[in-house]
Design a protein around this ligand. Structure first.
Ligand code: ZN
Length: 166
């Protein structure tokens, strides 16, 4: 199966604020199917629509335990977050970079499904990390935006040096 191309830093579309999905039409259903298929095929924890250049608040995330079908989250909102945990985190749009990022260990979110129906779901550990990561994408934020400013600048500088050199 062939998937759309993941856009990579420094593509400016990664900095756009994604819009809420308001029209639950067949394009949304199709996009959701492609995103779930991408995760099944590639084995990642999550992908946000904006990583395909589609600036809509939509993501596919692997549920807890990394088994079962990817969950589609549309217009997700964090209701509760608890217990920060630091762990290694990467991003398909910044290939090769891994950073230690602090995220909640458990999350409760509300979101809409592909039919526009609201649901509430809990995530923990890697899945909670993925949900936070994808919501950050919807807000134009990348993993290094979670770091203190001086650290952030040096990480981006090092990445660009490596990026330009390859
Ligand atoms: Zn990412």
């Amino acid at each position: 199966m062939k998937f759309r191309e993941i856009i990579r830093y420094p593509d400016e579309r990664l900095f756009s604020i994604s819009k809420e999905v308001a029209d639950f039409n067949e394009n949304i259903v199709k996009l959701a199917g492609e995103m779930a298929g991408f995760l099944r095929h590639n084995g990642g924890f999550g992908i946000a629509a904006v990583q395909w250049g589609v600036a809509l608040r939509m993501a596919a995330v692997q549920p807890d335990g990394k088994t079962g079908e990817p969950v589609i989250l549309i217009n997700p909102k964090i209701i509760k977050a608890a217990d920060a945990v630091t762990g290694e985190e990467g991003c398909l749009s910044i290939p090769g970079l891994w950073l230690e990022i602090s995220r909640p260990r458990s999350l409760e979110i509300s979101a809409l499904d592909i039919h526009g129906e609201k649901f509430v779901m809990r995530f923990s550990d890697y899945s909670a990390r993925a949900v936070c990561h994808e919501i950050d994408h919807m807000n134009g934020r990348l993993i290094w935006d979670c770091l203190p400013e001086n650290e952030r600048r040096s990480v981006i500088g090092n990445f660009l040096d490596e990026f330009a050199g390859s």
